[in-house]
Design a protein. Sequence first.
Length: 276
Amino acid sequence: MSAAILLSTSSCVKDNFTVQSPGANLDPAGVQATMTIKDFKQHYYLPIKGVAIPTLITDSIVLTGIVNADDKSGNFYKTISLQDSTGGLQLKIASTTLYTEYPVGRRIWIKTKGLYIFDYGGTLELGGYIDLAGTYPTVGGIAPSNAPNSIIKGKWGLPVPIRTVTINDLNFADHDNMQSMLYRINDVEFSPSDTNKTYGNALSKASVNINLLDCSGGSLAVRSSGYANFATAKPAKGHGSIVGLYTYYSYASSGNTQFVVRDTNDIQFTSSARCH
């Protein structure tokens, strides 16, 4: 398991930016990122053995990225994800309907000083405090009252870059750098036995894994929450392409690599010609 460690840096960030007037689809003037997401991970998120503990960031580091997943469908809960050209990460905020403030396609900046970094089974999370309510410490969401101090909102409606990969690309991925980014996989379909399931378990609210297959024998778990608004729907029976976030969970009994769609619009199985 990984745990975050703290490294010192000499960077200094001042709030010398200008927020645009409400309703203006503009970036704030003067705000700049001081580190890429990839570099941030390499400096503050190094693996060690033992139980991961959320670690306070005391350095004035600013990250920026475009929101690539929000909580509109319910498949992400009190969480948004963002990516820049180098990597992605997930940000926990202790509120719902986050999509109204941080919709997919909005550029944001994160002032990480005072936040906590955490390894959730191999996936990087940022949050606002150490949550001791469970068996092990985790990271809790940023309080809504503190969110404007840590998250700077920019333009919305921006395209989110989507990289096309194969199932094997993700199964053998460098999960530290590829996680929480948006990918497209072409020429795939769901396992025939899984098309009789539902995406999630709406009754127990449990998450469900559906096996995604390609014609070369590759397999990848598509995971959906029981809270998703499409949890009661049955997986598409056709063949085509799928878009989603690559995530990694080291405790998964069915494998470490997982793929998470934002909603069923990410699944475009338009062909009836299957290979399984």
